[in-house]
Design a protein around this ligand. Structure first.
Ligand code: MOS
Length: 695
């Protein structure tokens, strides 16, 4: 295995693109100056199900400045596998807000005004947008995202649960939630003959180029995707969304560069969402809190045009030891946009249920919830029997309890009062898979000793540029200012997306391999670099394929303190502490920001986020940031993230497990558990709104 790369400069590094960002030099997709660009604005369906009978673009085309109106009647044919990207290829409407037409005009305002003038006559059909536990359309998907078995079972879970002296059997619900990165989805597209170039807000230039090429029937080399700076994604920019296809289609139609940016309201229909979940968790244990049975049954939703089955019960497969266990996923196809990735898809909603149920079991057994988790720590991955490459949940729980001041906690619910406030504390565990995906890198050095490292990685705000620079400088053994890092362009060596918390592990593996190979070349020449320079390439597919068959995850423990107003039910979270074991932490400043960002989003999930769907209207009425509430500065109190030193010997030379997502997992349960401790009220359906707490 690769020796871990030494990154002596990382501890002192701050965000290398910080000055560019705060001074406005950093350019995001929509901000690139492009000559003679025109603007596309989509028309969204106003029905949730049915067919387009007729379209009338006359009034829109009559508006000065309008160049084209694209509809299913005139749009060029596409070769998209993904129905969400097959823009204007059908007259069928699958959900309200689906893109059904678009206007291209010389100004954004004209395009937007003209979009309102496009008349679409629909044959409306009855729709169904409501997920219920006994829905007639429940079915078993073949797999769950991205490729996990739908169900798993071991031993006799029903028998063991029935025989258990202590039982928890509860339903938990999480609502639909929407990704709202600060930067909206935005694209500038232009054609040069049959070559397409796009500036795009994407989490993965390489994958985006491949997918876009497929939609337009091109070879991958005919599409270039550039993403210099990206303002967040959380999964919603993991693959191209319809805005990219629209910009490219419109650019081809009018023969000019086209800019397309989604409004915040449009994003709620276009960029995916976290599907609501209905989860039943059954835990059976002996009087000492040792689990004998774990059963986690999940109901989720997808759209009628594409399956996305969130892997909600998957984390339950590796968290705690129990000889008898089962996990299942069932789905319903509804007339809604296709759900998609949202930070820790699966683990995030699933661990709300499991970690709430563990707290309920701790109460039922009269055992401290930290101790209960430690008692059920497995020696090997419970379902597969595989060894863990490294697992330090117990250390996170113990050190977190010490730092937080958990010792001597009085477990009685509703027993502490500070003026109008009931106070309490709660704990929950976090977990996320640690993986890497094949990537390539190229590094070259010129005769002056300056290095250029190239990889089609992307920094979506995580600090990837900073971490990769630290890794490259470490692997080359030179100061970071001797290295130029080129990322954010699909013409660079192909790389994994910034997703699944795999970016840093995947990219730093490729970068280290290339840097080490170049360093060897230089060493072989006794340090003499020829006038023409030297270069080396790497490709990590084989090494990743040869990884030992071990179970690899990050873990964490989150501790929350809450105050609940006894009269109004208002919940405040004055203190949150997360302690993580996520392999080696490459750049501490960036890592802390990822952890507390995840925890803040978890707090937001606990208290605020809820995409409400109106059954008649068939859409989300709260489709903007005025009514879709998210945690803001005043909601976040003393929030702290720490980590324990963890040696991850297998997952590439950075030894990093990935930290983008583990921070959001478990936060909502820690807060709900603290709310129970404060009030005696157990909230099993998020968010924890004050109306659910009126005493
Ligand atoms: Mo993350 S939801 O894999 O971008």
């Amino acid at each position: 295995m690769n020796a871990t790369v030494d990154t002596p400069q990382a501890g002192r590094m701050t965000r290398v693109d910080g000055p560019d960002k705060v001074t406005g030099r950093a350019r995001y997709a929509f901000e690139h100056p492009v000559d003679a660009a025109v603007y596309a604005w989509p028309v969204q369906s106003t029905i949730a199900k049915g067919e387009i009978r007729d379209t009338d673009a006359g009034a829109a085309l009559a508006l000065p400045g309008v160049l084209a109106v694209l509809t299913p009647d005139n749009a060029p044919r596409l070769t998209a596998d993904d129905p969400e990207l097959a823009l204007f290829q059908t007259r069928a409407v699958a959900y309200r807000g689906q893109l059904v037409a678009a206007v291209v005009a010389t100004t954004l305002e004209t395009a937007r005004a003209a979009a309102d003038l496009v008349r679409i006559d629909y044959a409306e059909a009855p729709h169904d947008v409501t997920l219920t536990p006994d829905h007639r359309g429940l079915y078993k998907p073949d797999k769950v995202n991205p490729n996990f078995p739908t169900d798993t079972e071991a031993g006799d879970p029903d028998g063991a649960f029935a025989a258990a002296p202590v039982r928890v059997d509860k339903m938990y619900r999480t609502p639909g939630e929407h990704n709202n990165p600060m930067e909206p989805h935005a694209t500038i597209a232009w054609w040069d003959g049959d070559r397409l170039t796009v500036f795009d807000a994407t989490q993965g230039p390489s994958r985006a180029a491949t997918i876009i090429a497929g939609v337009f029937g091109l070879q991958p080399g005919q599409v270039r995707v550039i993403a210099e700076h990206v303002g967040g994604g959380f999964g919603a920019k993991g693959t191209p969304r319809p805005n990219v296809i629209l910009a490219a289609m419109a650019a081809r139609a009018v023969g000019r560069p086209v800019k397309c940016v989604l409004s915040r309201q449009q994003m709620f229909a276009v960029v995916g969402h976290r599907a609501p979940s209905i989860q039943r968790v059954r835990l059976g244990a002996d009087e000492n809190g040792r689990l004998t049975a774990i059963v986690h049954d999940v109901i989720g939703q997808t759209s009628t045009i594409k399956e996305f089955a969130e892997q909600t019960a998957v984390a339950t497969r590796h968290m705690y030891a129990a000889p008898n266990r089962r996990t299942t996923h069932r789905m319903v196809r509804l007339d809604v946009p296709t759900p998609a990735w949202m930070r820790a898809p699966g683990e995030c909603p699933g661990m709300f249920a499991l970690e709430s149920a563990m707290d309920e079991l701790a109460v039922a057994c009269g055992i401290d919830p930290v101790e209960l988790r430690i008692r059920n720590e497995p020696a090997v991955e419970p379902e597969s029997g595989k060894p863990f490459s490294s697992r330090n949940l117990v250390a996170c729980l113990r050190e977190g309890a010490a730092w937080f001041g958990w010792t001597d906690r009085d477990p009685s619910p509703g027993a502490r009062r500070d003026g109008p406030w009931l106070t309490g504390t709660g704990v929950a565990a976090s977990t996320y898979p640690a993986r890497a995906m094949a990537s390539q890198a190229l590094v070259s050095v010129d005769a002056t000793g300056h290095y250029v490292v190239s990889i089609a990685a992307v920094d979506i705000g995580t600090g990837a540029r900073t971490a990769l620079l630290a890794v490259a400088a470490g692997a080359l053994g030179v100061p970071a200012d001797h290295v130029t890092l080129r990322i954010g362009d699909s013409e660079l060596p192909p790389a994994m997306i910034a997703g699944g918390s795999m970016g840093n592990a995947s990219w730093s593996w490729a970068v280290t391999d290339a840097c080490r190979a170049l360093r060897e070349q230089i060493r072989a020449r006794d340090g003499a670099i020829p006038a023409g320079g030297l270069s080396a390439q790497s490709s990590t597919g084989d090494a990743i394929g040869a990884l030992p068959d071990h179970a690899r995850y990050s873990f964490g423990a989150q501790f929350a303190e809450v105050r609940v107003d006894a009269d109004t039910g208002e919940v405040r979270v004055p203190r949150l502490l997360g302690v993580f074991a996520a392999g080696r932490i490459v750049v501490p400043v960036m890592a802390r920001s990822q952890f507390i960002g995840g925890m803040t989003m978890g707090l937001s999930m606990a208290l605020h986020e809820e995409s409400m769907i109106d059954p008649q209207f068939g859409d989300y009425p709260n489709h903007d940031l005025a009514s879709y509430h998210i945690a803001a500065n005043a909601d976040v109190g003393d929030i702290d993230a720490r980590w324990i030193d963890e040696d991850e010997p297998e997952l590439g030379p950075a030894g990093a497990k990935g930290i983008g997502e583990v921070g959001i997992v478990g936060t909502a349960a820690a807060i709900a558990n603290a709310v129970y401790h404060a009030t005696g009220i157990r909230i099993r359906d998020l968010p924890i709104r004050l109306d659910k707490l009126l005493l």
